[in-house]
Design a protein around this ligand. Structure first.
Ligand code: UD1
Ligand code: PEP
Length: 426
């Protein structure tokens, strides 16, 4: 595990360009194995999750090549391979190989995924969807075994018990080549699901309703890529830079943003008193506003994203007074709290409510990035603190933030990543 070394009392200034969305990318890569042709992606973030997915592809005899935001995947020599562990456990989205392999071969053996430790993350709705399509599912020794009979997957009507991004994507991947029509109700509406449906439809899939709470899929026999798919910008990465720029910036322009994807987050920042100059696909944050405390509640899209509650925290600490956060999706997503307390922050969690007080004096120390968003929020705080902060387990941040050191350096921030034995990585 690497360490991130952050000098304190540094203000962000300049421009940053947002990369492709992690949560789209990690669905699009498994989805690419459904194609009968090579596929090409543009605007692919340089994150550990992508490199780990490429390792998984390799184990299935799928060649892939990544260079400066462009990724080619050639699934034409794919073999149905069990994926019990290894790289599977390095990220959450590896479970999309369940749906993708099932759609491709009518069978899948995939280990339970890893990903952020943000509280319980069951996959019962994924399994319910696979079963509804006619698959037999057995869970044994931390591995899911999914099979179908000779008739393969059959379209079905599925009403999800709760709104789940992962279950919506996984079942969609299985349904896209199933026989007949699948109607998925009470599905997630996240923009990353629309991005995935766009990619699949451009290859010949028949998916209607992505972005609403009912998705209809007419199964097709073959998917063939016709063009390069450009991945949508990462709304969580954008929100992170917006928050840090408002908390601790001297004029920051955030480029390549679909502002509509950030509506609830932008509204919350404005409610605090943050000045935002919003253009078509970019947002300028002058910084230096006097801020008021707010109440924050996360919800599935189009609500305020759970993935942004921790990155918003450094900004909440600038407000004069106490703010509250209720994370309805992951009430236990609090790994940043004890670490922030070590830095002198007034933050606590009780009965599912996080209280964030005004930060008087923050001091740099050694803290641990328990997961991606906990880690990045510590980085935001470290920039506001006096002295140097060492963030251990920094791989959790590098899992999902595109070229983060390069981007922060572009914003005049001195940051470096080193190995356990103190060798410079970036
Ligand atoms: C790779 C990816 O896209 N990750 C995102 C995805 O995670 P992920 O897809 O894992 O999150 P879900 O939308 O599935 O989870 C939403 C809620 O449903 C619950 N649930 C989910 C599935 C299930 O079968 N049973 C069940 O009870 C979860 O515990 C959670 O409370 O959406 C989350 C919620 O926006 C984000 O924080 C993650 O960044
Ligand atoms: C929870 C997250 O990711 P994952 O689902 O990949 O663990 C996240 O991106 O904040």
């Amino acid at each position: 595990m690497k360490k991130m070394i952050v000098k304190g009392s540094q203000k962000l200034a300049g421009e940053v360009t947002i990369g492709g969305a992690k949560n789209s990318t990690v669905a699009l890569i498994p989805a690419s194995i459904l194609a009968d042709t090579p596929v090409e992606f543009d605007s692919v973030p340089d994150i550990l999750d992508v490199h780990n997915l490429m390792l998984i592809l390799k184990s299935m005899h799928v060649d892939s090549f990544y260079n400066r935001g462009k990724l080619t995947v050639d699934p034409t020599k794919i073999e149905s391979t069990p994926l019990p562990g290894g790289a599977i456990r390095s990220l959450r989205a590896s479970y999309y190989f369940m749906g993708a392999l099932l759609g491709k071969f009518g069978e899948a053996v995939v280990g339970f995924p890893g990903g952020d430790n943000i509280g319980p993350r069951p996959i019962d709705q994924h399994i319910k969807g696979f079963k509804a399509l006619g698959a037999k599912v057995v869970e044994k020794n931390d591995t899911v075994y999914i099979t179908t009979g000779p008739e393969g997957l059959q379209g079905a009507r599925i009403f999800f018990d709760l709104v789940s991004v992962g279950a919506t994507i996984n079942v969609l991947l299985a349904a896209v080549k199933a026989k007949g029509t699948t109607i998925m109700e009470n599905v997630a509406r996240e923009p990353e699901i629309v991005d995935l449906a766009t990619f699949l439809n451009n290859m010949g899939a028949k998916i209607r309703g992505a972005g609403t709470d009912v998705i209809r899929v007419q199964g097709v026999d073959s998917l063939r890529a016709q063009n390069v798919h450009t991945i949508i910008p990462d709304r969580i990465e954008a929100g992170t830079y917006l928050s840090f720029a408002a908390a601790n910036g001297n004029g920051v322009l955030v480029k390549n943003v679909i502002t509509e994807h950030l509506d609830p987050f932008i509204a919350k920042m404005q409610e605090m008193g943050v000045t935002l100059e919003i253009d078509e696909d970019k947002i300028y944050v002058p910084g230096g506003d006097l801020l008021a405390p707010v109440s924050v509640k996360t919800a599935p899209f189009p609500g305020l994203a759970t993935d942004l509650q921790q990155p918003l925290t450094p900004l909440l600490m600038k407000a004069k007074g106490s703010s509250t956060i209720i994370d309805t999706l992951y009430p236990e997503r609090t790994k940043h709290i004890p670490e922030m307390q070590k830095m002198g922050a007034k933050i606590a969690s009780k009965d599912g409510v996080i209280t964030v007080g005004h930060a008087q004096q923050l001091v740099g120390t050694t803290v641990e990035a328990g997961e991606i968003r906990a880690g990045v929020s510590l980085l935001g705080l470290a920039l506001m603190a006096e002295g140097t902060t060492t963030i251990t387990k920094a791989d959790n941040i590098l899992r999902g933030y595109d070229r983060i050191v390069e981007k922060f350096r572009g914003l005049s921030v001195d940051l470096k990543v080193i190995t356990e034995s103190d060798e410079l990585v970036f």
